[in-house]
Ligand binder design. Structure first.
Ligand code: CP
Ligand code: NVA
Length: 292
């Protein structure tokens, strides 16, 4: 049975912690693994991407494999071929499938019919690969994850959901501050608190995290900007966290909107490490899923 990675909950805590250790090793020794030698990975992008696309393509290459980039409109999926048939055909030829799309259901359907691992590269509900890189970044900055508090402020979206699920799995405290209307759409696991007050979330936090106010596929941009303006990650909010707290953002950023330019480019920003860590964390994930 293939192992999939759709929400992050497929991993045990031990596997997650070992994956992060392995990612750190691969970061020190970029070409130290040939886990995908002779293997191919299909990367289906039905939504735009910079970091995810480049990190997966480079990651598969560095592991000795061949990445196949499949953009929206290039496959028969676009002409109505079913997800089931696509999964069965790709499974006969490639060793893993990554997919970025809108709704989460087609990704679950792909996994249901695929004989090879399916990796969620972002849906409107989850972005678990991002959360792996975020945890790796926290581990690098603070030495260990145990005892850390991560505060997310902004829209209760895919990135917030994945931080809640994968953060809880790792055993860190996660506090999520959103407007009531944009609260997360999943139940908070143990160790995760929800609030509407960004300062309450930031209090005692080791990291403050935000994401765009208007995600791919969102249509109510003006309403969101209005609701989210008290949730900007700015210098004052950073002051409410621990003195050694770092600022995180999955990117792409809109400086002046959800994060100030000063915080994004300031000395407490860890966002560039976070972006690079997509590569190392996903290589460790591919090693774990594509065995044998
Ligand atoms: N953070 C992230 O997923 O970035 P991309 O949309 O550029 O892949
Ligand atoms: N929430 C954002 C994340 C982009 C990486 C989106 O879905 O567009």
């Amino acid at each position: 049975m293939a192992r999939h990675f759709l929400t992050g909950e497929e991993l045990t805590r031990d596997e997650l912690l070992r994956l992060l250790e392995r990612a750190a090793e691969l970061k020190r020794d970029r070409l130290g693994s040939r886990a995908l030698a002779g293997k191919s990975v299909a990367l289906i992008f039905e939504r735009p991407s910079t970091r995810t696309r480049v990190s997966f393509e480079v990651g598969v290459h560095e592991l000795g494999g061949h990445p196949l980039l499949l953009r929206e409109g290039e496959m028969q999926l676009a002409r109505g071929e079913s997800v089931r048939d696509t999964a069965q055909v790709l499974s006969r030829m490639v060793h893993a499938i990554g997919i970025r799309t809108g709704a989460h259901e087609p990704v679950a359907e792909l996994a249901r019919w695929s004989a090879v691992p399916v990796i969620n590269m972002l849906t409107v509900d989850h972005h678990p690969c991002q959360a792996l890189a975020d945890l790796l970044t926290l581990k690098e900055r603070f030495g260990a994850l145990e005892g850390l508090k991560l505060a997310y402020v902004g829209d209760g979206n895919n990135v917030a959901h994945s931080l809640m699920l994968v953060g809880a799995l790792a055993g860190i405290e996660v506090a999520v501050a959103t407007p009531a209307e944009l609260r997360p759409r999943i139940a908070p696991p143990e160790g995760v608190t929800l609030t509407t007050d960004p300062r309450e979330a930031a209090d005692g936090a080791h990291a403050l995290y935000t994401d765009v106010w208007v995600s791919m596929g969102d249509t109510d941009a003006e309403r969101r900007r209005e609701l989210l303006s008290p949730y900007r990650l700015d210098e004052a909010l950073l002051e409410a966290a621990r003195p050694d707290a770092v600022a995180l953002h999955c990117l792409p950023a809109h400086p002046g909107e959800e994060i100030t330019e000063g915080v994004l480019y300031g000395e407490r920003s860890a966002v560039w490490d976070q972006a690079e860590n997509r590569l190392h964390a996903q290589k460790a994930l591919l090693e774990l899923l594509v065995r044998g």
